[in-house]
Design a protein around this ligand. Sequence first.
Ligand code: BGC
Length: 482
Amino acid sequence: MVHLGPKAPQHRKGSFFDVPEVLVHELHKLESLLTVSAGTLKKITDHFITELEKGLTKQGGNIPMIPTWVLDFPTGKEKGDYLAIDLGGTNLRVVLVKLGGNHDFDTTQSKYALPEGMRTAKKEVLWDFIAECLKKFVEEEFPEGCTAPLPLGFTFSYPATQHSINNGILQRWTKGFDIEGVEGHDVVPQLQASIEKFGVPINVVALINDTTGTLVASMYTDPEAKMGLIFGTGCNGAYYDVVKDIPKLEGKLESDVSPDSPMAINCEYGAFDNEHLVLPRTKYDIQIDKESPRPGQQSFEKMISGYYLGEVLRLILLELASERQLIFKNQDLTKLNKPFILDTSFPSKIEEDPFENLSDVEELFNSVLQIQTTAPERKIIRRIAELIGERSARLSICGIAAICKKRGYKTAHAAADGSVYNKYPGFKERAAKGLRDIFDWETEEDPIIIVAAEDGSGAGAAIIAALTEKRLREGKSVGVKV
Ligand code: BGC
Protein backbone atom coordinates (compact mmCIF):
# COMPACT_ATOMS: atom_id res chain seq x y z
CA MET A 1 0.00 0.00 0.00
CA VAL A 2 1.35 3.41 -0.94
CA HIS A 3 1.38 6.14 1.68
CA LEU A 4 1.97 9.76 0.95
CA GLY A 5 2.84 12.28 3.59
CA PRO A 6 5.89 13.52 5.41
CA LYS A 7 6.74 10.13 6.87
CA ALA A 8 6.93 8.35 3.54
CA PRO A 9 8.24 10.65 0.83
CA GLN A 10 10.13 7.81 -0.82
CA HIS A 11 6.81 6.07 -1.63
CA ARG A 12 5.51 9.20 -3.22
CA LYS A 13 8.49 9.45 -5.51
CA GLY A 14 8.41 5.78 -6.32
CA SER A 15 4.74 5.31 -7.00
CA PHE A 16 3.38 8.71 -7.88
CA PHE A 17 6.11 9.72 -10.32
CA ASP A 18 3.59 9.85 -13.15
CA VAL A 19 1.01 11.84 -11.21
CA PRO A 20 1.01 15.58 -11.94
CA GLU A 21 2.50 17.61 -9.08
CA VAL A 22 -0.68 19.61 -8.62
CA LEU A 23 -2.65 16.42 -7.98
CA VAL A 24 -0.06 15.14 -5.54
CA HIS A 25 -0.45 18.43 -3.74
CA GLU A 26 -4.25 17.90 -3.59
CA LEU A 27 -3.65 14.44 -2.19
CA HIS A 28 -1.50 15.89 0.58
CA LYS A 29 -4.31 18.22 1.49
CA LEU A 30 -6.81 15.36 1.55
CA GLU A 31 -4.43 13.32 3.67
CA SER A 32 -4.26 15.93 6.35
CA LEU A 33 -8.04 16.42 6.20
CA LEU A 34 -8.89 12.74 6.48
CA THR A 35 -6.14 11.35 8.69
CA VAL A 36 -7.09 10.97 12.33
CA SER A 37 -4.09 11.00 14.63
CA ALA A 38 -3.74 8.97 17.83
CA GLY A 39 -4.06 12.21 19.79
CA THR A 40 -7.35 13.08 18.12
CA LEU A 41 -8.69 9.57 18.74
CA LYS A 42 -7.89 9.96 22.44
CA LYS A 43 -9.58 13.33 22.61
CA ILE A 44 -12.68 12.00 20.84
CA THR A 45 -12.81 9.01 23.20
CA ASP A 46 -12.67 11.24 26.28
CA HIS A 47 -15.54 13.33 25.01
CA PHE A 48 -17.40 10.15 24.06
CA ILE A 49 -17.27 8.94 27.68
CA THR A 50 -18.73 12.24 28.89
CA GLU A 51 -21.48 11.97 26.29
CA LEU A 52 -22.33 8.35 27.22
CA GLU A 53 -22.72 9.48 30.84
CA LYS A 54 -24.74 12.53 29.87
CA GLY A 55 -27.13 10.42 27.80
CA LEU A 56 -28.00 8.44 30.93
CA THR A 57 -28.96 11.52 32.93
CA LYS A 58 -32.46 12.97 33.13
CA GLN A 59 -31.39 16.02 31.23
CA GLY A 60 -29.87 13.88 28.42
CA GLY A 61 -27.36 14.78 25.73
CA ASN A 62 -26.55 14.07 22.09
CA ILE A 63 -26.38 10.28 22.50
CA PRO A 64 -29.86 8.90 23.32
CA MET A 65 -28.64 5.99 25.55
CA ILE A 66 -31.94 4.11 25.36
CA PRO A 67 -32.77 1.58 28.11
CA THR A 68 -33.97 -1.48 26.21
CA TRP A 69 -35.70 -3.36 29.05
CA VAL A 70 -33.49 -6.34 28.44
CA LEU A 71 -32.98 -6.84 32.16
CA ASP A 72 -31.25 -10.21 32.17
CA PHE A 73 -28.05 -11.65 30.83
CA PRO A 74 -28.60 -14.61 28.54
CA THR A 75 -27.61 -17.85 30.22
CA GLY A 76 -27.09 -19.93 27.10
CA LYS A 77 -29.90 -22.20 28.32
CA GLU A 78 -32.75 -20.35 26.62
CA LYS A 79 -34.75 -22.79 24.50
CA GLY A 80 -37.58 -22.86 22.01
CA ASP A 81 -38.69 -21.77 18.55
CA TYR A 82 -38.95 -18.09 17.76
CA LEU A 83 -39.44 -15.95 14.73
CA ALA A 84 -37.28 -12.92 14.18
CA ILE A 85 -37.32 -10.19 11.61
CA ASP A 86 -34.72 -7.60 10.86
CA LEU A 87 -35.63 -4.46 9.00
CA GLY A 88 -32.21 -3.31 7.93
CA GLY A 89 -31.05 -0.63 5.55
CA THR A 90 -31.43 -2.67 2.39
CA ASN A 91 -33.13 -5.95 3.25
CA LEU A 92 -35.78 -7.54 5.34
CA ARG A 93 -34.63 -10.79 6.86
CA VAL A 94 -37.06 -13.32 8.32
CA VAL A 95 -35.56 -15.98 10.53
CA LEU A 96 -36.90 -19.02 12.33
CA VAL A 97 -34.60 -19.59 15.28
CA LYS A 98 -34.45 -22.83 17.21
CA LEU A 99 -32.65 -22.12 20.46
CA GLY A 100 -31.01 -25.36 21.54
CA GLY A 101 -30.57 -24.50 25.24
CA ASN A 102 -26.89 -25.36 25.30
CA HIS A 103 -25.29 -22.17 23.98
CA ASP A 104 -26.40 -23.30 20.54
CA PHE A 105 -29.02 -22.44 17.98
CA ASP A 106 -30.16 -23.25 14.45
CA THR A 107 -31.64 -20.82 12.01
CA THR A 108 -33.67 -21.03 8.81
CA GLN A 109 -33.99 -17.77 7.02
CA SER A 110 -35.18 -15.88 3.99
CA LYS A 111 -34.04 -12.51 2.80
CA TYR A 112 -36.27 -10.09 0.90
CA ALA A 113 -34.77 -7.05 -0.83
CA LEU A 114 -36.59 -3.86 0.09
CA PRO A 115 -38.29 -2.74 -3.11
CA GLU A 116 -36.95 0.39 -4.73
CA GLY A 117 -38.38 3.53 -3.17
CA MET A 118 -39.20 1.82 0.16
CA ARG A 119 -37.04 4.31 2.06
CA THR A 120 -39.52 7.05 1.24
CA ALA A 121 -42.73 5.04 0.73
CA LYS A 122 -46.00 5.37 2.64
CA LYS A 123 -45.92 3.68 6.02
CA GLU A 124 -48.68 1.17 5.12
CA VAL A 125 -46.54 0.03 2.18
CA LEU A 126 -43.64 -0.70 4.53
CA TRP A 127 -45.68 -2.56 7.16
CA ASP A 128 -47.71 -4.48 4.56
CA PHE A 129 -44.50 -5.49 2.80
CA ILE A 130 -43.14 -6.92 6.05
CA ALA A 131 -46.43 -8.67 6.85
CA GLU A 132 -46.57 -10.21 3.38
CA CYS A 133 -43.01 -11.50 3.66
CA LEU A 134 -43.89 -12.97 7.06
CA LYS A 135 -46.97 -14.63 5.58
CA LYS A 136 -44.92 -16.25 2.81
CA PHE A 137 -42.30 -17.42 5.27
CA VAL A 138 -44.76 -18.87 7.78
CA GLU A 139 -46.69 -20.68 5.02
CA GLU A 140 -43.46 -22.25 3.81
CA GLU A 141 -42.10 -23.18 7.23
CA PHE A 142 -45.38 -24.25 8.82
CA PRO A 143 -47.38 -25.80 5.94
CA GLU A 144 -49.72 -27.53 8.40
CA GLY A 145 -50.49 -24.24 10.16
CA CYS A 146 -49.66 -23.23 13.75
CA THR A 147 -51.43 -24.28 16.92
CA ALA A 148 -50.60 -21.02 18.74
CA PRO A 149 -49.41 -17.62 17.58
CA LEU A 150 -45.67 -17.55 16.97
CA PRO A 151 -43.68 -15.19 19.20
CA LEU A 152 -41.71 -12.69 17.13
CA GLY A 153 -38.67 -10.59 18.00
CA PHE A 154 -38.68 -7.51 15.79
CA THR A 155 -35.25 -6.07 15.12
CA PHE A 156 -35.81 -2.44 14.25
CA SER A 157 -32.48 -0.75 13.62
CA TYR A 158 -33.44 2.86 14.20
CA PRO A 159 -33.49 4.94 17.37
CA ALA A 160 -36.70 4.07 19.20
CA THR A 161 -37.54 5.10 22.76
CA GLN A 162 -38.74 2.08 24.71
CA HIS A 163 -41.10 2.29 27.64
CA SER A 164 -41.18 -1.48 27.61
CA ILE A 165 -39.62 -4.34 25.73
CA ASN A 166 -42.52 -4.63 23.30
CA ASN A 167 -42.81 -1.05 22.21
CA GLY A 168 -40.62 1.51 20.53
CA ILE A 169 -41.43 5.07 19.61
CA LEU A 170 -39.35 6.03 16.62
CA GLN A 171 -37.32 9.12 17.48
CA ARG A 172 -36.19 9.73 13.93
CA TRP A 173 -35.40 7.80 10.80
CA THR A 174 -31.72 7.34 9.92
CA LYS A 175 -29.78 5.88 6.96
CA GLY A 176 -31.82 7.76 4.36
CA PHE A 177 -35.23 6.45 5.47
CA ASP A 178 -37.93 9.09 5.43
CA ILE A 179 -41.37 7.53 5.82
CA GLU A 180 -44.12 9.79 7.08
CA GLY A 181 -46.30 9.00 10.07
CA VAL A 182 -43.82 6.78 11.91
CA GLU A 183 -41.59 9.24 13.76
CA GLY A 184 -43.09 9.92 17.17
CA HIS A 185 -45.19 6.74 17.01
CA ASP A 186 -44.90 3.26 18.48
CA VAL A 187 -43.89 1.00 15.58
CA VAL A 188 -45.11 -2.25 17.15
CA PRO A 189 -48.89 -1.64 16.82
CA GLN A 190 -48.31 -0.40 13.27
CA LEU A 191 -46.62 -3.67 12.32
CA GLN A 192 -49.05 -5.79 14.35
CA ALA A 193 -52.00 -4.19 12.52
CA SER A 194 -50.57 -5.23 9.13
CA ILE A 195 -49.78 -8.72 10.45
CA GLU A 196 -53.42 -9.04 11.45
CA LYS A 197 -54.63 -7.62 8.15
CA PHE A 198 -52.76 -10.42 6.38
CA GLY A 199 -54.00 -13.00 8.89
CA VAL A 200 -50.57 -14.21 9.98
CA PRO A 201 -50.50 -16.04 13.36
CA ILE A 202 -47.75 -13.90 14.91
CA ASN A 203 -47.41 -11.90 18.11
CA VAL A 204 -44.68 -9.26 18.35
CA VAL A 205 -43.26 -9.88 21.84
CA ALA A 206 -40.09 -7.79 21.73
CA LEU A 207 -38.73 -4.83 19.82
CA ILE A 208 -34.97 -4.99 19.57
CA ASN A 209 -32.26 -2.77 18.22
CA ASP A 210 -29.75 -4.65 16.03
CA THR A 211 -26.92 -3.79 18.44
CA THR A 212 -28.82 -5.14 21.45
CA GLY A 213 -29.53 -8.34 19.54
CA THR A 214 -25.86 -8.59 18.61
CA LEU A 215 -24.83 -8.08 22.23
CA VAL A 216 -27.18 -10.73 23.58
CA ALA A 217 -26.54 -13.28 20.82
CA SER A 218 -22.80 -12.94 21.29
CA MET A 219 -23.03 -13.29 25.07
CA TYR A 220 -25.12 -16.44 24.58
CA THR A 221 -22.08 -18.11 23.04
CA ASP A 222 -19.12 -16.02 24.27
CA PRO A 223 -18.87 -15.03 27.96
CA GLU A 224 -16.17 -12.47 27.12
CA ALA A 225 -18.52 -10.47 24.89
CA LYS A 226 -19.09 -7.09 26.48
CA MET A 227 -20.76 -5.11 23.74
CA GLY A 228 -22.62 -5.52 20.48
CA LEU A 229 -21.69 -3.26 17.59
CA ILE A 230 -22.91 -2.62 14.10
CA PHE A 231 -20.57 -1.19 11.50
CA GLY A 232 -22.85 -1.31 8.50
CA THR A 233 -25.18 0.99 6.62
CA GLY A 234 -25.43 2.75 9.99
CA CYS A 235 -23.30 2.50 13.11
CA ASN A 236 -24.16 1.96 16.74
CA GLY A 237 -23.34 0.00 19.89
CA ALA A 238 -25.06 -1.62 22.87
CA TYR A 239 -23.74 -2.77 26.25
CA TYR A 240 -25.05 -3.68 29.69
CA ASP A 241 -25.11 -1.00 32.34
CA VAL A 242 -26.45 -1.27 35.89
CA VAL A 243 -29.89 0.13 36.76
CA LYS A 244 -28.64 2.23 39.68
CA ASP A 245 -26.16 3.96 37.36
CA ILE A 246 -28.92 5.13 35.00
CA PRO A 247 -30.25 8.31 36.64
CA LYS A 248 -32.97 8.83 34.06
CA LEU A 249 -34.72 5.66 35.25
CA GLU A 250 -35.18 7.04 38.75
CA GLY A 251 -38.82 6.77 39.83
CA LYS A 252 -39.72 4.73 36.74
CA LEU A 253 -38.94 1.23 37.94
CA GLU A 254 -41.29 -1.38 39.31
CA SER A 255 -40.28 -2.75 42.71
CA ASP A 256 -39.18 -6.11 41.29
CA VAL A 257 -36.28 -4.46 39.44
CA SER A 258 -33.29 -4.35 41.76
CA PRO A 259 -30.91 -1.35 41.57
CA ASP A 260 -28.17 -3.87 40.81
CA SER A 261 -30.02 -5.38 37.89
CA PRO A 262 -28.32 -5.24 34.50
CA MET A 263 -30.00 -3.21 31.76
CA ALA A 264 -28.92 -3.38 28.14
CA ILE A 265 -28.47 0.11 26.72
CA ASN A 266 -28.88 0.88 23.05
CA CYS A 267 -26.50 3.83 22.86
CA GLU A 268 -27.51 5.19 19.45
CA TYR A 269 -24.08 6.71 19.32
CA GLY A 270 -24.37 7.51 15.62
CA ALA A 271 -25.65 10.76 17.12
CA PHE A 272 -22.37 11.37 18.96
CA ASP A 273 -21.13 14.96 18.75
CA ASN A 274 -24.15 16.43 17.00
CA GLU A 275 -22.85 19.59 18.66
CA HIS A 276 -19.66 19.35 16.55
CA LEU A 277 -17.23 19.83 19.37
CA VAL A 278 -14.57 17.19 18.65
CA LEU A 279 -15.14 15.34 15.40
CA PRO A 280 -12.77 16.43 12.63
CA ARG A 281 -15.54 17.17 10.13
CA THR A 282 -14.61 18.15 6.61
CA LYS A 283 -16.53 20.21 4.09
CA TYR A 284 -17.65 16.93 2.51
CA ASP A 285 -19.20 15.76 5.78
CA ILE A 286 -20.88 19.11 6.21
CA GLN A 287 -22.36 18.94 2.72
CA ILE A 288 -23.62 15.38 3.22
CA ASP A 289 -25.31 16.45 6.43
CA LYS A 290 -26.84 19.56 4.91
CA GLU A 291 -28.32 17.62 2.00
CA SER A 292 -29.57 14.70 4.10
CA PRO A 293 -33.24 14.29 5.07
CA ARG A 294 -32.28 14.96 8.73
CA PRO A 295 -29.60 17.67 8.89
CA GLY A 296 -27.91 18.02 12.25
CA GLN A 297 -28.61 14.38 13.20
CA GLN A 298 -26.26 11.37 13.26
CA SER A 299 -23.09 13.43 12.87
CA PHE A 300 -20.76 10.59 13.82
CA GLU A 301 -22.59 8.05 11.67
CA LYS A 302 -22.48 10.33 8.64
CA MET A 303 -18.67 10.33 8.78
CA ILE A 304 -18.12 6.62 9.17
CA SER A 305 -20.97 4.33 8.19
CA GLY A 306 -21.49 2.44 4.98
CA TYR A 307 -24.40 4.54 3.81
CA TYR A 308 -22.09 7.52 3.42
CA LEU A 309 -18.62 6.25 2.44
CA GLY A 310 -19.31 6.16 -1.30
CA GLU A 311 -20.86 9.60 -1.08
CA VAL A 312 -17.75 11.08 0.58
CA LEU A 313 -15.69 9.63 -2.27
CA ARG A 314 -18.10 11.01 -4.86
CA LEU A 315 -17.96 14.52 -3.42
CA ILE A 316 -14.16 14.51 -3.36
CA LEU A 317 -13.93 13.22 -6.94
CA LEU A 318 -16.52 15.71 -8.09
CA GLU A 319 -14.56 18.54 -6.58
CA LEU A 320 -11.36 17.42 -8.27
CA ALA A 321 -13.10 16.87 -11.59
CA SER A 322 -15.69 19.57 -11.84
CA GLU A 323 -14.53 22.45 -9.66
CA ARG A 324 -10.78 22.03 -10.01
CA GLN A 325 -10.73 20.33 -13.43
CA LEU A 326 -7.80 18.20 -12.35
CA ILE A 327 -9.19 14.78 -13.26
CA PHE A 328 -11.61 13.22 -15.76
CA LYS A 329 -10.97 16.00 -18.29
CA ASN A 330 -13.51 16.23 -21.13
CA GLN A 331 -15.57 13.42 -19.64
CA ASP A 332 -19.30 13.32 -19.13
CA LEU A 333 -19.83 13.81 -15.39
CA THR A 334 -23.61 13.34 -15.43
CA LYS A 335 -23.46 10.13 -13.41
CA LEU A 336 -20.84 11.40 -10.99
CA ASN A 337 -23.12 14.34 -10.31
CA LYS A 338 -25.86 12.03 -9.00
CA PRO A 339 -25.98 11.94 -5.17
CA PHE A 340 -25.52 8.50 -3.61
CA ILE A 341 -24.80 6.83 -6.96
CA LEU A 342 -21.80 5.15 -5.32
CA ASP A 343 -22.71 2.70 -2.58
CA THR A 344 -20.08 1.35 -0.16
CA SER A 345 -19.20 -1.51 -2.47
CA PHE A 346 -17.64 1.08 -4.78
CA PRO A 347 -14.79 2.37 -2.57
CA SER A 348 -14.52 -1.13 -1.20
CA LYS A 349 -13.90 -2.59 -4.69
CA ILE A 350 -11.40 0.18 -5.43
CA GLU A 351 -9.36 -0.86 -2.42
CA GLU A 352 -9.65 -4.52 -3.35
CA ASP A 353 -8.26 -4.18 -6.87
CA PRO A 354 -5.26 -6.55 -6.86
CA PHE A 355 -3.78 -5.36 -10.15
CA GLU A 356 -0.81 -3.04 -10.37
CA ASN A 357 -2.46 -1.04 -13.17
CA LEU A 358 -5.74 -0.96 -11.21
CA SER A 359 -7.66 -2.48 -14.08
CA ASP A 360 -10.62 -3.36 -11.83
CA VAL A 361 -10.90 0.31 -10.91
CA GLU A 362 -10.81 1.17 -14.60
CA GLU A 363 -13.65 -1.19 -15.30
CA LEU A 364 -15.64 0.00 -12.30
CA PHE A 365 -15.50 3.64 -13.37
CA ASN A 366 -16.41 2.63 -16.87
CA SER A 367 -19.41 0.58 -15.93
CA VAL A 368 -20.85 2.58 -13.02
CA LEU A 369 -19.99 6.16 -14.00
CA GLN A 370 -19.19 5.86 -17.71
CA ILE A 371 -15.89 7.59 -17.03
CA GLN A 372 -12.59 6.57 -18.62
CA THR A 373 -9.72 6.87 -16.16
CA THR A 374 -6.01 7.30 -16.76
CA ALA A 375 -3.45 5.31 -14.78
CA PRO A 376 -2.39 8.32 -12.64
CA GLU A 377 -6.04 9.11 -11.92
CA ARG A 378 -6.60 5.57 -10.73
CA LYS A 379 -3.69 5.84 -8.30
CA ILE A 380 -5.18 8.99 -6.86
CA ILE A 381 -8.62 7.39 -6.62
CA ARG A 382 -7.22 4.38 -4.82
CA ARG A 383 -5.38 6.54 -2.31
CA ILE A 384 -8.51 8.60 -1.62
CA ALA A 385 -10.52 5.43 -1.07
CA GLU A 386 -7.86 4.25 1.39
CA LEU A 387 -8.05 7.51 3.28
CA ILE A 388 -11.83 7.33 3.53
CA GLY A 389 -11.77 3.68 4.66
CA GLU A 390 -9.04 4.34 7.19
CA ARG A 391 -10.81 7.34 8.66
CA SER A 392 -14.00 5.34 9.01
CA ALA A 393 -12.31 2.46 10.81
CA ARG A 394 -10.30 4.66 13.15
CA LEU A 395 -13.22 6.85 14.17
CA SER A 396 -15.51 3.82 14.50
CA ILE A 397 -13.61 2.37 17.41
CA CYS A 398 -13.91 5.44 19.65
CA GLY A 399 -17.28 4.07 20.79
CA ILE A 400 -15.67 0.77 21.83
CA ALA A 401 -12.89 2.52 23.72
CA ALA A 402 -15.37 4.83 25.45
CA ILE A 403 -17.65 1.98 26.60
CA CYS A 404 -14.65 0.02 27.93
CA LYS A 405 -13.31 3.02 29.80
CA LYS A 406 -16.73 3.94 31.18
CA ARG A 407 -17.42 0.40 32.43
CA GLY A 408 -13.82 -0.21 33.52
CA TYR A 409 -13.29 -3.17 31.19
CA LYS A 410 -9.60 -3.94 30.93
CA THR A 411 -10.24 -6.91 28.66
CA ALA A 412 -13.21 -7.42 26.38
CA HIS A 413 -14.58 -8.95 23.25
CA ALA A 414 -16.39 -6.30 21.26
CA ALA A 415 -18.77 -8.32 19.08
CA ALA A 416 -19.22 -6.66 15.71
CA ASP A 417 -21.44 -7.18 12.70
CA GLY A 418 -22.47 -5.22 9.63
CA SER A 419 -21.41 -4.88 6.03
CA VAL A 420 -18.52 -2.50 6.68
CA TYR A 421 -17.03 -4.72 9.40
CA ASN A 422 -17.57 -7.90 7.39
CA LYS A 423 -16.72 -6.75 3.90
CA TYR A 424 -14.79 -3.49 3.80
CA PRO A 425 -11.15 -4.30 3.02
CA GLY A 426 -8.72 -3.43 5.80
CA PHE A 427 -11.44 -2.36 8.25
CA LYS A 428 -10.54 -4.97 10.87
CA GLU A 429 -6.81 -4.24 10.83
CA ARG A 430 -7.30 -0.49 10.85
CA ALA A 431 -9.83 -0.71 13.68
CA ALA A 432 -7.45 -2.84 15.78
CA LYS A 433 -4.64 -0.35 15.16
CA GLY A 434 -6.95 2.48 16.22
CA LEU A 435 -7.64 0.75 19.54
CA ARG A 436 -3.91 0.27 20.08
CA ASP A 437 -3.38 3.97 19.41
CA ILE A 438 -5.94 4.88 22.05
CA PHE A 439 -4.86 2.46 24.76
CA ASP A 440 -1.09 2.33 24.18
CA TRP A 441 -1.02 -1.30 25.28
CA GLU A 442 2.36 -2.76 25.98
CA THR A 443 1.16 -6.35 26.03
CA GLU A 444 1.89 -8.64 23.14
CA GLU A 445 -1.78 -9.45 22.66
CA ASP A 446 -4.43 -6.77 22.54
CA PRO A 447 -6.63 -7.09 25.65
CA ILE A 448 -9.66 -5.58 23.92
CA ILE A 449 -10.43 -7.13 20.58
CA ILE A 450 -13.18 -6.89 18.03
CA VAL A 451 -14.63 -10.28 17.23
CA ALA A 452 -17.19 -11.36 14.67
CA ALA A 453 -20.60 -11.32 16.33
CA GLU A 454 -23.19 -14.03 16.44
CA ASP A 455 -26.32 -13.43 14.42
CA GLY A 456 -27.85 -10.60 16.43
CA SER A 457 -31.00 -9.98 14.51
CA GLY A 458 -31.80 -13.68 14.30
CA ALA A 459 -30.54 -15.48 17.38
CA GLY A 460 -30.28 -12.27 19.42
CA ALA A 461 -33.87 -11.30 18.80
CA ALA A 462 -34.98 -14.86 19.59
CA ILE A 463 -33.02 -15.00 22.85
CA ILE A 464 -34.46 -11.64 23.92
CA ALA A 465 -37.95 -12.88 23.05
CA ALA A 466 -37.26 -15.98 25.19
CA LEU A 467 -35.91 -13.89 28.10
CA THR A 468 -39.01 -11.69 27.87
CA GLU A 469 -41.45 -14.61 27.87
CA LYS A 470 -39.67 -16.02 30.93
CA ARG A 471 -39.93 -12.70 32.81
CA LEU A 472 -43.60 -12.43 31.94
CA ARG A 473 -44.24 -16.00 33.12
CA GLU A 474 -42.55 -15.13 36.41
CA GLY A 475 -44.70 -12.00 36.75
CA LYS A 476 -41.67 -9.71 36.45
CA SER A 477 -41.82 -6.31 34.83
CA VAL A 478 -40.54 -5.62 31.32
CA GLY A 479 -41.01 -1.86 31.22
CA VAL A 480 -41.57 1.34 33.15
CA LYS A 481 -43.88 1.55 36.14
CA VAL A 482 -47.49 1.61 35.02
C1 BGC B 1 -29.57 3.44 13.83
C2 BGC B 1 -29.32 2.43 14.92
C3 BGC B 1 -28.71 1.18 14.35
C4 BGC B 1 -27.51 1.48 13.48
C5 BGC B 1 -26.93 0.24 12.83
C6 BGC B 1 -28.34 3.62 12.96
O1 BGC B 1 -28.64 4.46 11.88
O2 BGC B 1 -29.95 4.68 14.39
O3 BGC B 1 -30.51 2.13 15.60
O4 BGC B 1 -28.34 0.33 15.40
O5 BGC B 1 -27.89 2.38 12.45
O6 BGC B 1 -27.86 -0.43 12.06
